[in-house]
Design a binder for this molecule. Structure first.
Ligand code: DGJ
Length: 593
């Protein structure tokens, strides 16, 4: 059905590659990941790179003409990278015949607009289901088996279940072959210019409506032994395992072998209904808070995570064999009202099963959260454990979140979902992207070194203390300046956070955010604001602190340029430092008795 609406491709016997000029020669090899202290960075053409990105809706790139109006919107939103889905169905409409039209067309337009790309491979799964698999796969349910679920399917989701099974070797091999062909072509047309930075393999994999696959093949595997390679990975990483996973293994006596249920405890009986809401069965507020941070029916989730990881590993391996650039998988998260497996896709790369994914899919470089939850910082922390690089492929447009992600959690990228939709890009996110892009070289130089962090505050929150460099900084919320024209801010030329909702919708809760970087014994750079800062020394010497020199400015190609010198009324006669959203300050302190 979908195929007919895309293009007239289905009638083509053979679809040849567009020829794309490889463009200017660049240095530094293919995009890759590189450690810097505690951070992992994405290196593009020899330099670390921060992706201020946005993801297009799933079908956006199925029609190049329909994409035309999207490009100017992306450029005006100050994005430097776009995440674009490519479907297996459209890429391989007939088995073994590949269509490069969308891939080439999107690369060409990205280059024209000076943008980088991250492609999402919608192969066997997208949001747990298999709607982007080609028609020739969908109709052959013998060669490409589906999962089966038990009687206890979730009540609120009805209808048949059309999910390809992880245990179909033919599915895995066909998906891997297609992805390999896709990556071969990316290398051919982009192996020099590096417009394409990374690949997402599949999208939000996992079993929906039950906690595991209950097909005969899956039941046999579930009744069998936990594979020796998984057990040996767990033994050798025993002391560094993710705590919520380790607890489950510990509770079952750290067994070194056995069936899934012997090693990890009971799974869900087939006929038990999965609670959709944490209020059903009724539970206390405390349980409500805890339930979405726990493994339920642990064996089922661990078993599925292993099987998805093994499948995805083969696909990623085939892609890397053709063109070795970073690859990640994304997770639909467990959440307060969807805390039990099956209400979120079970077996995806959720934090509680990161160790299983690491063991099963070593070619997957990043396990990434699709982060729409209000617990943004907590999820960033859970996805930064054991050296997992933080990349947020899907999220909302909260400007403070991108400041926190790159400033505190060393993220390599941040990408609100649906940036091609009808809504304008929020002005405050655009201003934050512009500010952070200017600061990128400095932020990248400080990631992972302990000399940078970020702070956010909401209206009404008590003062917050942060120790960085030789001082403890106390932040107080002062408010967010929305849409004040420069003359009302005393001629400040730096971008303010403009009106977030030009259409007149209610404003989101007021929130302030700033990145802070310690660049010398008495020197800081601040990007962003809506807060004031007081300084207290943490090293011996006089205890009072004055604002010696306060500069407002900008970075031009990485070099600091002062746009205004602040003193007198602008820093309370040298006593109070106020940070304004979208503004960069360089501050030098002095101490006196
Ligand atoms: C998460 C999925 O990964 C996206 O493709 C899209 O379906 C969004 N949800 C919609 O909110």
């Amino acid at each position: 059905m979908k195929m007919n609406g895309i293009t007239a491709l289905s009638s083509l016997a053979c679809i040849t590659a567009l020829s794309i000029s490889a463009g200017a020669q660049t240095s530094g090899g293919a995009p890759h990941l590189q450690k810097q202290g505690a951070a992992t960075q994405l290196v593009v053409d020899g330099k670390p790179y921060l992706a201020f990105a946005g993801e297009l809706t799933g079908d956006a790139a199925t029609s190049l003409p329909m994409m035309e109006p999207i490009w100017p919107k992306i450029v005006s939103g100050n994005l430097n990278t776009v995440l674009v889905a490519m479907s297996w169905a459209q890429f391989e409409p007939e088995e073994g015949k590949f269509n490069y039209v969308q891939l080439d067309g999107v690369i060409a337009k990205a280059r024209e607009n000076n943008l980088h790309l991250i492609f999402l491979w919608f192969g066997s799964w997208k949001n747990g289901t298999s709607s982007y698999a080609p028609y020739w796969v969908k109709k052959d349910y013998v060669r490409f088996p589906r999962i089966q679920i038990g009687e206890g399917r979730t009540v609120s989701i009805s209808g048949p279940i059309e999910l390809l099974s992880t245990l179909g070797d033919a599915t895995r091999d066909a998906d891997a072959a297609a992805f390999g062909a896709f990556m071969r072509h990316v290398k051919e047309v982009d192996g020099v210019q590096h417009t394409v930075l990374m690949m997402q393999v599949e999208n939000e994999v996992g079993v929906l409506r039950d906690s595991r696959d209950r097909s005969p093949a899956a039941n046999r595997a579930f009744a069998g032994q936990v594979p020796a390679e998984l057990m040996s990975y767990l033994q050798s990483h025993k002391d560094a395992l993710i705590p919520e996973f380790r607890e489950v293994w510990a509770a079952n006596g750290f067994k070194a072998s056995g069936t899934w249920e012997e090693v990890f405890g009971p799974g869900k009986p087939a006929n038990i209904e999965i609670p959709i809401q944490t209020q059903s069965p009724p539970m206390s507020a405390d349980e409500h808070e805890i339930s979405w941070r726990r493994l339920h029916w642990a064996s089922d989730e661990i078993f599925m995570a292993w099987n998805y990881a093994r499948f995805v590993e083969k696909v990623a391996q085939a892609g890397k064999a053709a063109y070795d650039i970073p690859m990640y998988v994304n997770a639909w998260l467990q959440q307060p009202n969807h805390a039990w497996p099956g209400t979120y896709p079970c077996g995806g790369p959720l934090p509680q099963v990161h160790d299983i994914w690491r063991a099963g899919a070593p070619d997957v470089d990043i396990l990434a959260p699709d982060l729409y939850l209000p617990y943004f910082d907590e999820v960033c922390e859970r996805f930064s454990r054991n050296g997992n690089p933080l990349f947020i492929p899907e999220t909302g447009t909260n400007a403070s979140n991108v400041i926190m992600a790159v400033g505190k959690y060393n993220a390599i990228g941040f990408s609100p979902f649906g940036v091609d939709g009808g809504r304008p890009m929020p002005a405050d996110l655009g201003a934050a992207y512009q500010m952070l892009s200017q600061m990128s070289p400095m932020i990248l130089a400080h990631q992972g070194t302990g000399t940078m962090t970020a702070v956010r505050m909401v209206q009404g929150e008590p003062p917050k203390q942060v120790s960085l460099g030789n001082y403890t900084l106390t932040f107080r919320y002062t408010g967010r300046i929305r849409g004040l024209p420069p003359q009302e801010r005393g001629g400040v030329v730096a971008p303010s956070y403009g009106p977030a909702t030009p259409s007149g919708e209610p404003l989101p809760p007021l929130e302030a955010g700033a990145v802070l970087i310690s660049t010398g014994p008495d020197e800081y750079y601040f990007g962003g604001g809506g807060m004031r800062v007081d300084f207290a020394p943490t090293t011996p010497g006089p205890s009072n602190v004055g604002l010696g020199d306060v500069q407002e400015g900008r970075f031009v190609e990485g070099k600091w340029e002062v746009t205004r010198q602040l003193a007198g009324d602008d820093d309370a006669q040298g006593e109070i430092l106020v940070l304004h959203p979208g503004t960069i300050l360089r501050v030098t302190l002095y101490r006196y008795p």
